[in-house]
Design a binder for this molecule. Sequence first.
Ligand code: HEC
Length: 133
Amino acid sequence: MKKVLFAVVVFAALLVAACGGGGGGDAAVIEAVPAEYAGATNPFGADAAAAGADIYKVNCETCHGPQGHGDGPAGVALDPAPKNLPEIAAQVGDDFLYWRVNTGKEGTSMVAWKGILTDEQIWQVVAYVRTLK
Ligand code: HEC
């Protein structure tokens, strides 16, 4: 049992080492969207972004910062700190963002928003994240 645990810890450390060196550039590994979320498209249209602005301000900005650069007052102290959202958004589809906001990101302080925000609110905030630069 101990050996297995050790192997898991070593593997996790390697994984962190492999992913951590990118400095937030496009070297970051983009995970595959699970089947349950893959291909999901925003059913609320581009107008959703306007409503998403308020949702973002209230729920996301303290960590992610006003433009999603990871420089919110609560974000700078986190380990791992939030990365650059517009940079990530440019590399992924809506399904990725929708999945991430729904289920959170394991091993980070990014919580699952499903159940806290409604499905519509999650799509609205995803649309808003798309407008960040
Ligand atoms: C308590 C601080 C905190 C709050 C509040 C928060 N996040 Fe996060 N978020 C993080 C951290 C830490 C990460 C993981 C590091 C990273 O990849 O950015 C993360 C990751 C993400 C990612 C994925 C980035 C990736 O590489 O997979 C998205 C998208 C995201 N957050 C959007 C949001 C949205 C939208 C909200 C509001 C509904 C929100 N976050 C609220 C801290 C927070």
